[in-house]
Design a binder for this molecule. Structure first.
Ligand SMILES: Cc1cc2nc3c(=O)[nH]c(=O)nc-3n(C[C@H](O)[C@H](O)[C@H](O)COP(=O)(O)OP(=O)(O)OC[C@H]3O[C@@H](n4cnc5c(N)ncnc54)[C@H](O)[C@@H]3O)c2cc1C
Length: 379
């Protein structure tokens, strides 16, 4: 039986950021990931955009953590040599209703302290600080930095039972192993509700909201040098068109509510749903066939978002669940928030240490937008 102070369950970007933060604050921490490597869940299948929070609701926990992450991120990106395309975003209104929404978004951005501008000639909302990263490189870099700072990562290590006693928790692993800890942090994404059920916590439910993407190679001479955003609705940020670090252009995602947490396929109907919106936003895509498609499953909470805090059924289990749409962006803020919560629970959390300088992450032959689909044998 192995022992630690904190166990993190799940190695997506949220679990990796929690591990990174705790390791750099001197907390003995072990991360347990069910898959053979980190970042095979939602964290490997998203848009890779580091949002500014210009359109997030002021005061909500999600917004607070997006803004907290923004204050922490630049020195982490620099120290860990994480690639980032600082390209900015534009949102072009097409009618009076959309122009009114743009004006509301500009006011919202001002309340969140995010720089935006309305371009006088066409009324576009310009958000200079939106950027694009490689979400897999980002997740792996946080995990690797945590290990260099003293943390442990165990892969192929799914948790399937939790026992409680007065000293702490014992996590039972599917391979028969055991890990005892003082506190566990539940970062299991789509399975966060399954983990919570292990201690009798039925307070939230997670379902998959699928997002499908299409990847393009532009013909010689055509370029896209910033993110093209639609006017958002309450349910989704809509279909974006954005450049990737590897020189492609991606259009997506859709937003389809499902029950099956294992269905990572791209529906035949998705092409029609995405492509006409994408061409309207970026006419250079007209007539081009996508070179690839992929789908991600957002870990959406049923009527809840950003469920972060000790479980009422077992205060030694801290849920970090329903991180649906902005987990890549907010991950470092979530890590800092979890460190505060653990200190409140009596865990000795030290002052923050700067990460050691790291070389750029190894560039895989498989681009991140293909990695999860290949792993799940969809390509
Ligand atoms: C289509 C789409 C577009 C998105 N676009 C963006 C974007 O542009 N910017 C942004 O900031 N966010 C975006 N997001 C949201 C972002 O991807 C998520 O918020 C984030 O990835 C959630 O991270 P996570 O670590 O909570 O979950 P996950 O990445 O799903 O990680 C959970 C991990 O837990 C592991 N696990 C599950 N059960 C167990 C168990 N029993 N034992 C051990 N391990 C277990 C899983 O294997 C998995 O690795 C998007 C998401 C999608 C799907």
């Amino acid at each position: 039986m192995t022992q630690t102070v904190v166990a993190v369950i799940g190695g997506g970007v949220v679990g990796a950021a929690v591990l990174y933060t705790l390791a750099h604050r001197g907390v003995d921490t072990v991360l347990l990931e069910a898959e053979e490597a980190l970042g095979y869940g939602a964290s490997g299948t998203n848009s890779g955009i580091l949002h500014t929070g210009f359109d997030s609701t002021p005061g909500e926990l999600e917004t607070v953590l997006i803004l907290r992450a923004a204050a922490l991120r630049d020195h982490v990106l620099a120290a860990l040599s994480i690639p980032v395309l600082r390209c900015g975003a534009e949102l072009l209104p097409h009618n009076d209703a959309e122009r009114a929404t743009v004006a509301e978004l500009a006011e919202n951005a001002r309340r969140n302290g995010v720089t935006v501008d309305i371009r006088p000639d066409d009324g576009a909302l310009v958000v200079p600080d939106e950027s694009v990263t490689d979400p897999v490189a980002y997740t792996l870099a946080l995990g690797n930095a945590a290990v260099r700072a003293g943390a442990t990562i165990k892969t192929d290590c799914a948790v399937d039972g939790i026992d409680q006693d007065s000293a702490g928790l014992t996590l039972r692993l599917v391979d028969g192993g055991r890990l005892t800890c003082v506190v566990a942090v539940n970062c299991a994404g789509l399975q966060a509700d399954t983990i919570a059920r292990l201690v009798g916590d039925h307070s939230f439910e997670i379902y998959p909201r699928k997002g499908e993407f299409f990847v393009f190679e532009l013909p010689r001479g055509a370029t896209l040098d910033h993110i093209l955003l639609p006017v958002p609705t309450k349910r989704t940020k809509g279909v974006l068109v954005f450049p990737t670090l590897d020189g492609r252009v991606v259009a997506g995602p859709t937003a389809v509510d499902l029950d099956d947490k294992d269905d990572w396929s791209v529906r035949p109907a998705a092409a029609r749903e995405v492509l006409h919106n994408a061409v309207a936003r970026f006419p250079a895509l007209d007539g081009l066939d996508p070179v690839a498609s992929y789908a991600g499953l957002r870990p959406a909470g049923r009527d809840v978002n950003y469920v972060i805090g000790p479980s009422a059924a077992c205060p030694r289990l801290v849920n970090v669940a329903a991180i649906r749409s902005t987990g890549l962006t907010a991950s470092l803020g979530i890590g800092a928030h979890v460190a505060d919560l653990l200190a409140d629970l009596g865990v000795q959390v030290g002052p923050e240490r700067a990460p050691a300088q790291a070389p750029a992450p190894h560039r895989s032959d498989v681009p991140w937008w293909r990695r999860t689909a290949q792993h799940k044998r969809l390509l």
